[in-house]
Design a protein around this ligand. Structure first.
Ligand code: FE2
Ligand code: FE2
Length: 401
């Protein structure tokens, strides 16, 4: 019987996303080791009976095999046998720990791409845009008040320094509410990410149920929405490797999740368009928040964050082993910009349109600097991707026609 971890790796190795997004398959220096065991053996003594060891080389080999094909399902058996052929003697008990349990596609970025991300806002063009904008304004105000959030205001800091006749220390800036402490930033990040993971999964479930109910195909939206929610959940776990919230924070999270999930699901049934616009604007705020946090670190007002990135983040974004917390924030901000772009674009589509990003997303530089595509641009992008995939398929010599 293959354990959860092994199943995850096999599914990732044979994911059709690898044929679309080479960046997912970027090499890692880590060796992911997975253990399998038979049910009876595990019940008898809890030790692994059979072991699968996945080396980075093996991982890349099986992935590149999949990349060569637009029919990834046919590669599953080959990849599995390749993995199983690795000797079992190199495995320790520690290797049964879950290392990488994310399964869905997520982009990784170059340094230039993450640094090029911009704070942009999509203009309100319709009544539904204004409704979404109003909802975001209300939520942001409540959230800021609840988490004690305040942007660093250089003008106010100067005025206070003049009044006191001396330059303010970092501690004084924090006590005056002009700079946020690392504790407040972490509280905000964690709370933000527990909420940000809701819309994608709620919308995906609703579209899935609709597809079952109406017996009509979804058009490729469900996976993109699930990818977004898993991506947000990994943001959360990256922060949780640094700070563990207390009971009050957990209670608040549970309450907020109950209210927000119900309200969002209801709103999605009524108007998916407003909901995607709402998420697009929520992501605009997320990009802004992470940009301000990055600026604070670079300005030296958060020396506590001068530390190594958590292990999960290094694995997830395939960063260098020496990557820092700041590097991680750049990656997260680029993800938020992607969510911004995707949701604003989906908001411009009819819910019966094909998801233009089901097979491929525009480049990171477009996602990072543009708020989204309008419907015309999305449909044109979709056509271009389709043509390109068909061309590659024909050129591979494996076409059936
Ligand atoms: Fe996030
Ligand atoms: Fe996000």
């Amino acid at each position: 019987m293959i354990t959860y971890q092994a199943r995850s790796a096999l599914r990732r190795n044979t994911s059709n996303h690898c044929s679309k997004h080479v960046s997912f398959c970027a090499p890692t220096k880590r060796t992911l080791t997975l253990a399998t065991r038979s049910r009876s053996d595990s019940l008898a003594n809890g030790k692994p009976l059979t072991t699968i060891l996945v080396t980075p080389q093996g991982l890349r080999r099986s992935i590149s095999t999949v990349q060569d094909s637009l029919h990834p399902r046919s590669q599953t058996a080959a990849s599995a046998s390749q993995l199983a052929s690795v000797p079992s003697s190199e495995v320790s008990e520690d290797n049964r720990k879950i290392v990488e349990d994310w399964l869905l596609f997520h982009p990784t970025y170059t340094k230039d791409e993450v640094e090029a991300v911009k704070v942009v806002h999509r203009a309100n063009l319709t009544l539904s845009d204004r409704v979404a904008d109003w909802a975001i304004g209300a939520i942001r105000w409540t959230f800021d008040a609840a988490t004690g959030y305040a942007h660093f205001d250089a003008k106010k800091a100067d005025e206070l320094a003049k009044k006191r006749g001396a330059t303010l220390s970092l501690q004084e800036l924090r006590e005056a509410g002009l700079a946020m402490s690392p504790k407040l930033w972490m509280r905000r990040f964690i709370f933000l990410e527990t909420i940000a993971g809701v819309p994608g999964s709620a919308a995906a479930i609703l579209r899935h149920l609709k597809s079952l109910r109406t017996m009509e195909r979804d058009g490729g939206w469900i996976h993109t929405l699930l990818q977004e929610s898993e991506n947000e959940r990994i943001h959360l776990f990256s922060f949780l490797e640094i700070t563990k919230p207390g009971r009050f924070m957990r209670l608040m999270t549970m309450a907020a999740q109950g209210v927000f999930t119900s309200a969002f699901a209801l709103a999605y049934v009524i108007s998916p368009r407003i909901c995607h616009r709402f998420v697009g604007k929520l992501e605009e705020q997320a990009v802004l928040t992470y940009t301000l946090a990055i600026d604070e670190i670079k300005a030296g007002r958060l020396p506590e964050f001068d530390r190594k990135a958590p292990e999960i983040a290094i694995n997830y974004w395939r960063m260098q082993p020496a990557a820092t917390f700041l590097d991680m924030l750049y990656q997260i901000r680029a993800d938020e910009a992607t969510h911004r772009f995707i949701n604003h674009s989906l908001a411009d589509l009819k819910s019966t349109d094909m998801n233009p990003f089901a097979m491929r997303e525009p480049s990171a530089s477009i996602r990072g600097t543009e708020p989204g595509y309008d419907r015309e641009k999305s449909l044109a992008f979709s056509e271009t991707v389709k043509e390109d995939l068909l061309k590659r398929h024909r050129e591979s010599g494996k076409a059936a026609w």
